[in-house]
Design a protein around this ligand. Structure first.
Ligand code: PEP
Length: 251
């Protein structure tokens, strides 16, 4: 049976003082959590703070992006080795905000995925359709294209050490959540697509749902057979809410 995972994506939000209160609240709230994993993906400057406060706890931490390059003249970029230096377990790749606001192509996302994996990080690959794509009936096509870019570059076995997050763009930060059935249908599609290449990898693959998950809808979403937890934006910034979502993972 797959273990549930709940990951917070703080996006570009935080201060040293605010993060400390948030992380201490999450630490206290999940101390007795046994049957689910949780983690936070913080802005780069706060990785050292996450490492110092979370080391030795059951909460993992990671980054929200990384460079596809290993090192060199890439001003302003952060490479996988640097994330490893700060104890990161996870790196989100292909978040829709990066795909849309920074024009990250499927190929760039696949290269980032590969670089993260080779450095020993667990990439969290985000895939998902826009509202226009859903309305045009091409959700599966879009998700397949985004997934295949990674499968073609890294191979199906790479997914044994990675996480996939299905995040419909229309549900991110909008308060509109995909219904459990809508999300389940895409999760099942992702798992089936991977199963065509490797049944065992597909069976073990952790597929998170992301898009306006809250304490009030987490239990229902997480009870669907192919939903293995959540990638949480807004609600991960409030300790009480994030803890409640983590707890929904063990129900
Ligand atoms: C996200 O940014 O990955 C996300 C799911 O955001 P929210 O939970 O705020 O919709």
């Amino acid at each position: 049976m797959r273990r549930k995972l709940v990951v917070g994506n703080w996006k570009m939000v935080g201060t040293l003082a605010r993060n400390k209160v948030l992380l201490e609240g999450v630490l206290a709230g999940v101390r007795d959590l046994r049957n689910a994993d949780c983690a936070v993906c913080v802005p780069f400057p706060y990785l050292a703070q996450a490492q110092s406060l979370l080391q030795g706890s059951s909460i993992g931490w990671g980054a929200q992006n990384l460079s596809q390059h290993a090192e060199g003249a890439y001003t302003g970029e952060v490479c996988a080795g640097m994330l490893v230096d700060f104890g990161c377990k996870y790196a989100i790749v292909g978040h829709s905000e990066r795909r849309n606001l920074y024009q990250e192509s499927d190929e760039v996302v696949a290269a980032k995925f590969d670089t993260a994996l080779k450095a020993g990080l667990q990439p969290i690959l985000c895939v998902g359709e826009t509202l226009a794509e859903r309305e045009a009936g091409v959700t599966d096509e879009v998700v397949a294209r985004q997934l295949d870019a990674v499968l073609n570059r890294a191979g199906v076995k790479a997914l044994a050490k990675a996480v996939v997050a299905y995040e419909p763009v229309w549900a991110i930060g909008t308060g509109k959540t995909a219904s459990p059935d809508q999300a389940q249908a895409v999760h099942a599609f992702i798992r089936q697509r991977v199963a065509k290449l490797d049944g065992q990898v597909a069976q073990g693959l952790c597929i998170l749902y992301g898009g306006s998950v809250k304490a009030a809808n987490a239990v229902e979403l997480f009870s669907m057979p192919d939903i293995d937890g959540g990638l949480i934006g807004g609600a991960s910034l409030i300790a009480e809410d994030f803890v409640a979502i983590c707890r929904a993972g063990q129900k």
